[in-house]
Design a protein around this ligand. Structure first.
Ligand SMILES: [Mn+2]
Length: 290
């Protein structure tokens, strides 16, 4: 803490003189403050109850893909206006809202150092605060979704920055939002049917060669029922949509600001967007760029 004072005083020799005083108090920086991290993680982890009702007039489905949020680099303040826009879209009301957590929600897989899953050391971010903000963000959009949809599903896969951390984070999500169907898993991809749309989510760092064929092979039953099939990924931080023999690959960008590594390498041009996708029974009808 710091405190400053300014005052004037009469002196016999110089007359009125200015006096200035600063008091600075410091205490040692605490490294490896596990107790503080545990307190943050367990703070008010009790189920949340949101007013939830079934409305048969809600026809369409909404998918909110969250790819590469990188909380730690990303601060909630960076996406305030995007969050308002997303909530406006959620407020229209849907049959089902799906929140897809596609990996790298958190920048680091460690709490007191900043590293990827493979151990690549990154520029330091404040992870307890990052987890706090990720929780606030999830709480905001899941609460709004529960209020505005007949069903809420939350699907997840870990990323190359947060695979282990993400697993634990999703356990918090599952415990916190008992009214939603939360898919916590330690797989590298997961798939689900949204009426007659088959959607697979995978972070995008693995299974890059023939993902459409792998989807058909691993989920024969859902593949047979589906009218359209899509794979949702992130990882590369830029927007790209490709129709690969009928399987639409949607790679989403990230709303986070460029970090030092990206600036150094010149990876600064991508749109910094969030997305909300509206589906009818059989296909994508509207894509919101937020
Ligand atoms: Mn990644």
């Amino acid at each position: 803490s710091a405190r400053n004072n300014f005052w004037q005083q009469n002196s016999v020799e110089k007359g009125l003189i200015d006096l200035y005083q600063s008091k600075i108090t410091v205490k040692p920086r605490v490294e490896n403050d596990i107790a503080k991290a545990i307190e943050r993680l367990t703070n008010e982890v009790k189920p949340l109850k949101v007013r939830h009702e079934i409305n048969p007039y809600r026809q369409n489905n909404l998918v909110v893909p969250l790819a590469d949020m990188h909380f730690g680099i990303l601060k909630l303040a960076d996406i305030k206006s995007k969050l308002v826009e997303l909530l406006d879209i959620i407020n229209h009301g849907y049959k089902t809202i799906v929140i897809e957590v596609i990996g790298d929600t958190l920048h680091s897989d460690k709490i007191n150092s900043t590293e990827t899953v493979a151990g690549t050391v990154l520029e330091d971010v404040e992870m307890p605060n990052a987890i706090d903000e990720a929780m606030q963000f999830m709480e905001t959009i899941v609460s709004a979704s529960l209020f505005n949809a007949n069903n809420v599903m939350i699907k997840s896969v870990g990323g190359n920055h947060d695979y282990d951390m993400s697993y634990m984070f999703m356990i918090w999500v599952k415990e916190r939002f008992k009214q939603a169907k939360v898919d916590v898993n330690n797989n590298y991809r997961t798939a689900y049917l949204l009426d007659h749309v088959l959607i697979s989510i995978q972070h995008g760092d693995v299974n890059k060669k023939i993902p459409g064929q792998i989807l058909a092979t691993e989920h024969r039953n859902m593949w047979g029922v589906a009218t359209t099939a899509e794979i949702h990924t992130g990882h590369l931080h830029f927007d790209k949509t490709v129709d690969e023999n009928g399987v639409v690959m949607r790679q989403f960008s990230t709303p986070k600001p460029s970090d030092n590594w990206e600036v150094k390498n010149g990876f600064v041009g991508a749109n910094k967007l969030m997305y909300a996708l509206v589906y009818d029974d059989e296909r994508l009808k509207v894509e919101h760029f937020i």
